[in-house]
Design a protein around this ligand. Structure first.
Ligand code: B12
Length: 213
């Protein structure tokens, strides 16, 4: 159930109209609404509605990318220095691993998580496992997210967990997603969870943040 005060923000976000969404977020803030509420009741509500559109029967990449861009614009407006730590949300490191240059799904996942208030460190595509581990250590990340669209990248994915453990980071969860990886099981990929969609991954990470998994 969307708070009526947030209707216009949610509507403009879902339309992918980032200029209108920004104007509405500024209006709400000027009217005295806290940024925290704009995130939880506005951005998260829009993400939830997008989740319903991200199914096998209904999937429009352009629509999702535009809405994601609008959400990112509002987050940058509310928190130009990055999401404040007191929001208590975890940090994740995300990348497409070395050998794979597909990054659309990774970008969607990143936007969904930012929209939910998480801090996401994006290492881009074609990323060596070594760089991923360095970033987890440097950023004190709670989980590593890997996106894979081509089958030959699977051996790289399988290397992530041992590489983390070798650095004393064996407790950091590894989540995989993307067309090539979601055909395999978590056991086959040597990861903790394989996400069907960006939203499914976000739900797993929400449970992780709540200490429920
Ligand atoms: C667009 C595309 C490209 C673009 C990529 C542009 C870009 N910037 O990403 C270009 C043209 C560059 C490209 C290149 C190639 N491609 Co291509 N490409 C595709 C295509 C058509 C769509 C992929 C896509 O972006 N889907 C939309 C996104 C949003 O979906 P998604 O990634 O699955 O992400 C969703 C979820 O999976 C999830 N998700 C994704 N990652 C993660 C990660 C986490 C942690 C979580 C939680 C969730 C999550 O979030 C998203 C929303 O829910 C697919 C076909 C297909 N149907 O998948 C082929 C495909 C992936 N490509 C393929 C191939 C073979 C190639 C090339 C090797 C072709 C060539 N011979 O050069 C090169 C790759 C070179 C390389 N080294 O990587 C094959 C892979 C086959 C395989 N199993 O190995 C596919 C499946 C096409 C096919 N049927 O043969 N490609």
């Amino acid at each position: 159930m969307i708070n009526p005060e947030m209707n216009k923000l949610v509507e403009t976000l879902l339309e992918g109209d980032h200029a209108a969404a920004l104007a509405e977020a500024r209006r709400l803030r000027t009217a005295g609404m806290a940024s925290e509420r704009i995130v939880t009741e506005g951005l998260e509500a829009a993400m939830q509605r997008l989740d319903d559109k991200c199914t096998v029967e209904s999937f429009n990449l352009l629509e999702i990318m535009l809405a994601g861009r609008a959400v990112s614009a509002v987050v940058n407006e509310l928190y130009p220095e990055g999401m404040p730590p007191e929001r208590g949300r975890d940090t994740f490191v995300i990348a497409t691993l070395e050998g794979d240059i597909h990054d659309l799904g990774k970008n969607v996942t990143k936007m969904v998580l930012i929209g939910k208030g998480y801090r996401v460190v994006d290492l881009g595509k074609d990323c060596p496992v070594e760089n991923l581990v360095n970033a987890v250590e440097r950023e004190h990340a709670h989980a590593v997210l890997v996106s894979g669209l081509i089958t030959p990248v699977i051996p790289q994915v399988r290397r992530v967990r041992p590489a983390l453990a070798a650095r004393g980071l064996g407790g950091v969860r590894v989540v995989a997603g993307g067309a090539a990886l979601k055909q395999a099981t978590a056991g086959e990929l040597n990861v903790d969870y394989v996400a069907e969609t960006a939203f499914d991954g976000a739900r797993y990470l929400d449970s992780l943040a709540r200490g429920a998994v």
